[in-house]
Design a protein around this ligand. Structure first.
Ligand SMILES: [Zn+2]
Length: 125
């Protein structure tokens, strides 16, 4: 990918983030969300990175979009929003699962990553 394309992509991501809004806009009943994420190489490769995402009502909702660690991945990534949405709808306090990069099906798994997540949600009432 040439630099101009990379920059355009970066800019698009920044704009998406700015337009995304806050956690409290999307899920007003949520006090906090903690997500433990483990990124893996490929679909079931070794661990690439582990991290914890902490969100409060004025956190950007775009924190729920995680980037794919695959070197050649452009438009892929992981959107945890539907998973959080489902938990909130059912007023559940936690949920776990695995995901593969959204772009994987188009380009083949070897260039993309997968992750496992463990979500904990606290509610205002
Ligand atoms: Zn990917």
């Amino acid at each position: 990918m040439i630099n101009a394309e990379k920059n355009a992509h970066k800019l698009a991501l920044i704009q998406k983030k700015q337009l995304a809004g806050l956690l409290s806009d999307r899920f007003p009943q949520v006090l906090s969300i903690t997500i433990n994420v483990v990124h893996y190489y490929g679909e079931s490769g070794p661990v690439y990175m582990e991290r914890t995402i902490n969100m409060v009502p004025n956190s950007n909702i775009y924190l729920l979009h995680l980037q794919c660690s695959g070197g050649r991945c452009v438009n892929g990534g992981f959107d945890l929003t539907p998973r959080v949405e489902e938990l909130v709808r059912n007023h559940k306090k936690s949920g776990k699962g695995k995901m593969v990069c959204a772009e994987k099906d188009e380009a083949g798994a070897s260039n993309h990553a997968s992750l496992s997540y463990d979500i904990s949600i606290k509610y205002l009432h």
